[in-house]
Design a protein around this ligand. Structure first.
Ligand SMILES: Nc1ncnc2c1ncn2[C@@H]1O[C@H](COP(=O)(O)OP(=O)(O)OP(=O)(O)O)[C@@H](O)[C@H]1O
Length: 253
């Protein structure tokens, strides 16, 4: 069972800052970010998601597209239940593996190998399941002897390899990914994509935010275009990429 249902979801971040009225009106015209306004108490708020309604089911592989600050990461975090919406309802059914922040569920001072267990448990795997899969995860990461060193000694690409290997070996129904796939080197990137494709073939639900149309086209079948936290377009991936390209005056590569 894999289901994500958003009903009229709005999420606002209160911001501890003051902006003059003149600056505020110029900020409203910016091409980045969510909607900036004064909240009920007079404090500044950033509305990162604005009345979003959406239903995703098995086999849906959704690309999140949009300008910097459009709300993609915030939406993924709402789906992962890391953020509670200010208004609206979020229903998620199925096991969720979020691959959003590479340090979530990881301990920098523990070895890579220990982190397989730490993050695996965080993602809801049992110890028995982890013991069975630890070797396969280690092999997939290709980190070899580095797995015996503390994770703080890893490069960001090495951390990405380990986090990706663990998250995609979890028996999960829903995989949430934020750009991280692109962190590895070219060879790992190819391997990661193949893993994502086989994951997708199992008819599970996947949501991926990325600025790379190439990655999104390879992995996703649908897309959601966000603009200042609102849904601008939702539909087949190629159509939505075209819409985005037309709105930015760029090309749909
Ligand atoms: N913790 C926070 N506190 C205040 N504002 C935030 C916070 N996190 C995000 N925002 C704001 O919410 C809006 C949406 O941000 P989000 O990170 O979801 O965008 P994004 O589409 O993922 O952007 P990018 O493509 O640049 O990664 C932005 O205006 C951002 O400034």
């Amino acid at each position: 069972m894999a289901l994500i249902k958003l009903e009229n979801v709005t999420l606002e971040f209160p911001v501890q800052a003051s902006v003059s009225d003149r600056r505020k009106s110029s900020i409203q015209d910016l091409s980045v970010g969510g909607q900036l306004s004064s909240g009920q108490s007079g404090h500044l708020v950033v509305r990162a998601l604005d009345h979003l309604s959406l239903t995703l089911g098995p086999g849906d592989r959704l690309a999140l597209i949009g300008h910097n600050g459009a709300g993609k990461t915030t939406l993924l975090r709402v789906m992962a239940k890391l953020y509670t919406p200010t208004h609206g309802r979020v229903t998620v059914k199925g096991r969720v593996a979020p691959l959003l922040n590479l340090s979530f569920g990881m301990d920098a001072d523990s070895t890579g190998y220990d982190n397989i267990f730490i993050r695996g448990l965080y993602l809801g795997m049992s110890k028995a399941e982890l013991k069975k899969k630890a070797d396969a995860i280690a092999e997939f990461s290709e980190l070899g002897d580095f797995l015996d060193l503390p994770m703080r000694t890893y490069s960001s690409g090495m951390r990405a390899r380990l986090a990706f290997a663990i998250s995609t070996h979890v028996e999960t129904d829903i995989l949430l990914l934020d750009e991280v796939v692109a962190t590895g080197d070219a060879r790992f990137f190819k391997k990661a994509n193949e893993k994502l494709e086989s994951f997708a073939k199992e008819s599970k639900l996947l949501v991926l935010a990325s600025h790379s149309n190439k990655v999104l086209r390879e992995v996703c079948n649908k897309a959601l275009l966000l603009e200042h936290g609102r849904i601008k377009a939702f539909g087949p991936i190629d159509e939505v990429i075209e819409t985005y390209a037309a709105s930015t005056g760029g090309e749909a590569r």
